[in-house]
Design a protein around this ligand. Structure first.
Ligand code: MF3
Ligand code: CO
Ligand code: CO
Length: 268
């Protein structure tokens, strides 16, 4: 398979899937409070997606090669967990935690994929700074998207900004093409050279989802086969949007009423 170029009508379906994905994140926000379990958050999102949106939570039973089927409908990654944290009714969020909730919705066959960081009560200054810088990293990557450039501009912008702020970029996981497939070509690296990678062209759709660590970039996978943590137990943050390459730049497909506004360095 190569990079697919979406048609106008396919892009319209991607917009619908993207909007639904963002609306799940809007919906769950008020429930992210000290004492709630990640299992409860998973159930709330599952029921909204299935019963209200009449869509499919893509993670549920997702089984890429070499993995056991993913057992839940969302990913919930707390503090030093990097990504793919598995929700559990035994895992209560506590005051000061920061948690990433990652939602992927399939509507009419098309995928939308987005994640946000949430504060549980009042996190400390370091967790808030990492969360903010990681959000800016994602937007540095998004803002670099323009047809005719190499895809490597995305990772180069993210790595530069993360490292200038004293943080490290996780290398083992990347963004991805998305459409009828959950994970399509290309791989969207969050580090590297601006002159590398395929040329961007209108109609490409992919995610940008940097995982940024306060400490070293090294990770390991827990015994559940899914949950990824920092080796040094330093805090990790992630934000994710699904993006379309347009004739002149980009369109973010996973925006909604309550998603945080772009940082000030994004014009318009
Ligand atoms: N949503 C994740 C991503 O951004 C993938 C989760 S796969 C799962 O690519 F199986 F862990 F859900
Ligand atoms: Co993704
Ligand atoms: Co995701």
């Amino acid at each position: 398979m190569s990079i697919t170029i979406k048609t106008r009508s396919e892009i319209e379906k991607m917009r619908v899937a993207g909007r639904l994905t963002a609306e799940v994140l809007d919906y769950i926000k008020p429930y992210v409070k000290p004492g709630v379990t990640t299992g409860e958050l998973d159930k709330l999102c599952h029921d909204l997606i299935v019963d209200v949106q009449q869509a499919i939570p893509a993670p549920l039973n997702y089984a890429p090669p070499g993995h056991q089927p993913y057992p839940k409908s969302i990913c919930s990654s707390i503090n030093h967990q990097v990504c793919h944290g598995v929700p559990s009714h035994d895992k209560k969020l506590k005051n000061g935690d920061v948690v990433n909730l990652d939602i992927t919705v399939i509507k009419d066959g098309w995928h939308g994929d987005s994640s946000r960081m949430f504060y549980v009560g009042e996190p400390g200054i370091q967790a808030r700074r990492l969360t903010d810088i990681t959000y800016e990293c994602m937007w540095k990557g998004i803002a670099a998207v323009r047809p005719g450039r190499h895809l490597g501009v995305v990772g180069a912008a993210i790595q530069k900004y993360a490292e200038a702020n004293g943080y490290s970029v996780v290398r083992e996981f990347c963004g991805h093409g998305i459409g009828l497939g959950f994970h399509e070509e290309p791989q969207v690296l969050h580090y590297g050279k601006a002159s590398e990678g395929p040329l961007l062209a209108p109609g490409m759709t992919f995610t940008i989802e940097p995982m940024i660590n306060a400490g070293r970039r090294d990770i390991r996978v827990l015994g559940d086969g899914w949950t990824v943590v920092t080796k040094d137990h330093s805090l990790s943050a992630q934000w994710e949007h699904t993006v379309l390459v347009t004739q002149t730049g980009y369109e973010v497909l996973t925006l909604s009423a309550e998603c945080p506004p772009p940082p000030a360095f994004i014009a318009g």
